[in-house]
Design a protein around this ligand. Structure first.
Ligand code: HPA
Ligand code: ZN
Length: 339
């Protein structure tokens, strides 16, 4: 099974680049930039990664991101993630970055974007990984601050492929950002939003109706609303689900209780992603393995999850057709019959 997963072409559509900062790189960048952290070695960093929910994770995640200062830091971070993708059979990535986490510390927007983009371009050439870049607004901040960030991004907007919404969900509903998302859509940018991770099913409806999202990030709490389940199955509006993230942040108490396969069997376009893999104990293959070993996912279901990611991606039709063929051929080589 693990070999089958490793060879399956995979696409990652829900990944925060700041969430790929491994403890060793975090400590190296802290030393390089003269930034002090409360940890002396990798082991004590990892010991701190015990979360009781989204908020306790976000506090560490923003602290970790404080070591990212120069364009080279953002390049090194992104390059390390892409090297990992290449080793794991990930062929396409659509990644989030959080400009406000950095501009609030005085790091120029162009420094952040420049380092990430240079690594993505190099990675495409050297590792063959295609990519899109999604700028995310922090929802614990105000809509005015999101507008100010959009203003800073204006001269660079042709290098950004979409807009997202992340950070603490409870008490920060999608509707809080209805005007800035309308402006982003007017500018021709597709929008997505985290919803229904810790927040209720109603936040998923808000993201759909008020923000007009192309995908929902997480969305697993849709299971609480039968009408929403029907809507998602009928429209195939994708959900980017992150199994290891959900168990580490206690959205589900254990993997055996995760609902992603139920959603798949109800006809929803669910996909598998790693979210913040340095913090949640695994990249794409670890997420697929958890589904296989702890939830009993079949090879056929894993292939369908990967095919869903092709459907949900922002790739061209030609690239989608090529990746569909590659996934189907991997399945056929292993005698897997796809419905
Ligand atoms: N949820 C919300 N905000 C985030 C996450 C997440 O899982 N990861 C990074 N920012
Ligand atoms: Zn996320």
């Amino acid at each position: 099974m693990d070999e089958f997963i490793a060879g399956l072409p995979k696409l990652e559509l829900h990944l925060h680049i700041e969430g790929t900062l491994e403890p060793d790189l975090m400590l190296r960048l802290a030393a390089r930039n003269g930034i002090s952290l409360p940890w002396a070695d990798e082991k004590s960093v990892r010991t701190a990664y015990e979360f009781d929910g989204l908020q306790s994770f976000l506090e560490l995640y923003y602290l970790g991101a404080s070591v990212l200062v120069t364009e080279q830091d953002f390049f090194d971070l992104t390059r390390a993630y892409l090297t990992r993708c290449a080793a794991e059979g990930v062929v396409h990535v659509e990644i989030f970055f959080d400009p406000q986490t950095h501009t609030a510390r005085g790091i120029p927007f162009a420094t952040v974007l420049g380092g990430i983009e240079r690594a993505l371009q190099t990675g495409e050439k050297e590792l063959g990984i295609s990519w899109r870049l999604i700028m995310s607004f922090l929802r614990h901040l105000s809509e005015e601050e999101a507008f100010a960030t959009l203003e800073q991004a204006m001269p660079l907007l042709d290098r950004i492929h979409g807009i997202g919404l992340d950070s603490g969900e409870r008490g920060n509903p999608p509707a809080k950002f209805v005007r800035v998302f309308a402006r982003c859509r007017e500018l021709g940018l597709p929008v997505v939003a985290h919803a229904g991770e810790e927040g209720p099913a109603d936040y998923i409806w808000q993201a759909i109706r008020e923000l007009q999202v192309r995908r929902i990030d997480h969305g697993v709490r849709c299971a609480e609303d039968p009408e929403l389940l029907c809507y998602l199955a009928d429209t195939r509006l994708p959900l980017t689900v992150c199994p290891l993230s959900n168990t580490r942040l206690k959205v589900f108490d254990q993997m055996a209780h995760h609902n992603v396969l139920n959603l798949l069997e109800q006809g929803l376009c669910v996909t598998i992603n790693s979210d913040d893999p340095a913090y949640f104990g695994g990249y794409m293959n670890a997420n697929f393995q958890a589904l296989a070993h702890e939830l009993g996912a079949s090879m056929s279901q894993l292939c369908r999850l990967s095919l869903n990611a092709v459907e949900a991606s922002w790739l061209s039709l030609a690239d989608k057709a090529r990746l569909t063929r590659e996934i189907r051929s991997h399945a056929a080589c292993h005698g897997v019959v796809l419905s």
